[in-house]
Design a protein around this ligand. Sequence first.
Ligand code: F6P
Length: 527
Amino acid sequence: MTRCDRTRAWAALAGHYEAHGRDLDLREAFARDPGRAAALSFEAPEVYADLSKNLVDLATLRFLVELAQECELPARRDAMLRGEVANATEGRAVLHTALRAPRGAGPFSDEVHAELDAMLAYAERVRADAAITDIVNIGIGGSDLGPLMAVRALQAWGDPGRRLHFVSNVDGHDIVPLLQRLDPAHTLFIVASKTFTTQETMANARTARDWFTAAGGTDIARHFAATTTNVAAAAAFGITTTFGFWDWVGGRYSMWSAIGLPIAIAIGAANFRDFLAGAHAMDRHYAATPLARNLPALLGLIDVWYRNFRGYTSRSVAPYHQGLARLPAYLQQLEMESNGKQVDLDGDALPYGTSPVVWGEPGTNGQHAYFQMLHQGTEVVPVEFIAVKHPAHDRLDQHRMLLANCLAQSQALMQGKTAAEAATERAPTASDAIAPAVLARHRRFPGNRPSTTLLLDALTPRSLGALIALYEHRVHAAGVVWGINSFDQWGVELGKALANELLPRLESGDAAGLDGSTAALLRRLKA
Ligand code: F6P
């Protein structure tokens, strides 16, 4: 495969950036072309995307699509969907899409649907069990972030009489105060771990089991379940109620598998099937829509454009829906663990940047925290707004305020305000001692700052499934262009190994052979 920076399209994009891209002014572009919003807005299942406030024009998208073609995105996508090895360093297929394919369609359909049926039947039994009031998911990374994000997002679809808790951190401040509030007779623990070896999860699971047995609990089969590919390790731990999945499901792509059990308990089997169906609809869109209208591909390609041609190193995600509060954290793992890579598929160092830093908070909260920097800081940060047309509550006055703020922010980022405009306004909190011209320069907004707005009709199991699948495929599209393996995560290993080495030293205080800083910190902790 040709490396992306050696393609004809890359050279064309570089030339295009010099000729038209660098000086593209969104305000002028909209003034010149009344059709811009329509031309740069796209429909995918459950998601409407306005890309017109991005620093692109139709020619940019055309060259980006050519880049994707030269990097063989369609062939790589199809091979992944067929189940060929897409994660070469671990020799694994990448088939989270098979988890949401309808019965009889897609690879491994029999195994997938047998496990799904069993997991959903169990979820319904838990929902029908009035004695179980609290469900605690113990997992970390992909075994925590997706279910937590989705359960919060779909709160309106849940049963208010049942509480779902998520424990992830090895820090005892996570699980200990929670256990103090729980009653073992009314609690179900789900130990969620693809490998069933993750230090944090195993430590929390042991703490939960100790707490349960110390309180006289004996019925582990009723009060503990495990979701894992390593059923033998779960059995060795003493958990016999297990739901499995497969090594071709990456941890950060796993909430469609048994790892989604807390979601299924929260929203019920039928809604969970809708969640899968929404994702499957997006899979079909990614698989079958020409790249020029293929939303995940376009978003991934714009990520490449911003990272490699415009030099932007981060992207902010601003969901204007409190239910999506944990979406940015979820996307951090999805995007940065997938595409935070520095070598190509042959292991050769890349001369260009890959994953941007992904960060954010729900709107309008972010506006009162870091939006100052987005509007007037020295870095340009593309912002991704997510808005939902219909709320799940009846305070339409507040919902209109929310939407007005969402639209206003993308407008303000783009329009900006000149010093001359600022000089004509009275700023009630401004000091009388400051010269008006100086004040106007402080109050100037450069504008021309890019954003995307994704619009959902309502936040439902189906639309959430489609939205998340959209992000998954966007990561794939960008990863293919960058020529990297988006499905391994060797970068998490070193810290884990060093922590294991340090653990006994925290008891013994032995600092021999450590670097000066770590040795001094260890001594201080032991003193
Ligand atoms: O530390 C990274 C990681 O391996 C993630 O990729 C994964 O989602 C997480 O740890 C948890 O792993 P497991 O589900 O095996 O406990």
